[in-house]
Design a protein. Structure first.
Length: 439
């Protein structure tokens, strides 16, 4: 299921971040009395009344900004509005209707999206009664709430959920493999998508960041249906522009979450940069399968690169993902495309692979016998059993006496033992240690 997106908007300092934290159920957004504290959108996945959705907090919307910064904030809010399924406009019961509220309401009326009007800080009868003033905004019934005191939030969220599109609108297309194409800007992701699909589905340009939205394409390869998810490039974190460019990063991360396997596209002329490794971490933290694709390999001869040298360099930079397969492709020339898709399907097979419990237990207990865990004072770690409790991703639970005694080096040793026996090429392993002590 693709989750609906709810955006919280409004002029500065009306309590949007407090409301965001209240709905999210935890302190995620920065909350401050200083007007304009929230300058970057904050996004989280949450659930309300068994309905999962994505919640987006935004900076205060100034329709006629006086500074360049507010112009940038306005730009990213416009993207949030365009992408949202439901918008919550927050106003202030204490301040009443302001000129800025009217400007924001005009923007929302033009957007023609479902809007829930939340009159915040209505924490007494007088302020609650003043909510009727906001009818003049023309956005439907004003709902008095207090995000700080948790008043009226249930009623507001019932309205929000009531505006969700039909569930069928969020169904993912049926596919054997959901494959995200990710990478930093201008490494050739859109051209790669076009080459794979054989048709012009994404804009191809030399301008970094041309692709702002994720584009889906359903193809067939070796009698398997593959859903291709193209994403906007991810810039180095220190150089991500506010607004559209920053939201494109969120969309890329959202695409990784939707996928089973992600192809990390890198430029053969600028191999394994720091940002490439950061993107790989996004993929592995989401426990998705990973394939490393070195694009523009048609330029390798000019750069004096061999596949062996390039693989050695990539392996040295991706020590945390030695199990990731490396493919050499040229989106421009069409080289290596079939092999890339074959590899992605193979990784998906590893990502969904299960191991018989008896075989797994024998493998792990043999590894423990060959290299027992070290002592800590008078105590030692004891591992009683292990079981695979999930596939996609492969997940393992180890039953131990003291989960707090599992050192990361021993955890890595056990992972390597499992990989030597069963490989799991291209797939991260989720490992949990369940013991008697508090985890």
């Amino acid at each position: 299921m693709v989750k609906p997106l709810v955006a919280i908007v409004g002029r500065p300092n009306v309590g949007k971040s407090t409301l965001f934290n209240r709905v999210a159920g935890r302190r995620v957004a920065i909350v401050s009395e200083i007007s304009g504290t929230t300058r970057d959108r904050v996004t989280t996945e949450t659930v309300w009344a068994d309905y999962p959705f994505i919640l987006v907090d935004t900076g205060g919307l100034e329709v006629f900004p006086e500074t360049e910064l507010w112009g940038q904030v306005k730009g990213q809010i416009e993207v949030a509005i365009a992408d949202a399924d439901v918008i919550v406009m927050v106003v202030d019961a204490v301040a009443g209707v302001t000129a800025s509220d009217r400007d924001v309401a005009q923007v929302l009326r033009i957007a023609a999206k479902p809007v829930v009007l939340a009159v915040n800080k209505a924490d007494n009868e007088r302020r609650e009664a003043s909510a009727h003033e906001f009818y003049e905004l023309g956005l439907g019934d004003p709902l008095p709430i207090s995000a700080f005191h948790n008043v009226g939030i249930d009623d507001m969220m019932s309205e929000v959920i009531g505006h969700f599109p039909d569930e069928a609108s969020f169904l993912e297309p049926d596919a054997d493999l959901k494959l995200a194409i990710v990478g930093r800007t201008n490494v050739g992701k859109s051209l790669l998508l076009n080459t794979i699909t054989g048709q012009q589905r994404a804009i191809v340009s030399e301008i970094p960041g041309t692709t702002r939205d994720s584009l889906d394409s359903l193809i067939s390869h070796n009698d398997r249906d593959v859903l291709l998810i193209d994403t906007a490039g991810i810039r180095r974190s220190g150089k991500i522009e506010r607004g559209i460019e920053r939201f494109s990063v969120l969309r890329s991360i959202r695409a990784i979450d939707r996928a089973d396997v992600a192809i990390l596209v890198m430029d053969a002329s600028e191999l394994a940069t720091g940002q490439d490794t950061h993107i790989a971490n996004y993929i592995l933290e989401a426990y998705k399968g990973i394939v490393l694709a070195l694009n523009k390999w048609d330029l390798a001869n000019e750069a004096g690169l061999s596949q062996e040298d390039a693989t050695t360099l990539v392996r040295s930079r991706f020590k945390f993902a030695q199990y990731a397969p490396v493919c050499f492709v040229s989106a421009l020339k069409g080289w290596g495309i079939g092999g890339l898709l074959d590899t992605a399907l193979a990784v998906h097979g590893e990502w969904t692979k299960g191991v018989p419990r008896y075989d797994l237990r024998r493998t792990v207990m043999t590894a423990i016998a060959e290299h027992p865990p070290s002592m800590s004072g008078r105590h030692s770690l004891k591992i009683y059993s292990v079981a695979q409790d999930q596939t996609g991703p492969p997940s393992f639970t180890f039953y131990v006496n003291r989960s707090d005694m599992v050192h990361f080096t021993y955890r890595r040793y056990l992972e390597n033992a499992i990989r030597r026996a069963y490989e799991f090429k291209g797939s991260p392993l989720k490992m949990r240690f369940k013991g008697r002590s508090r985890e």
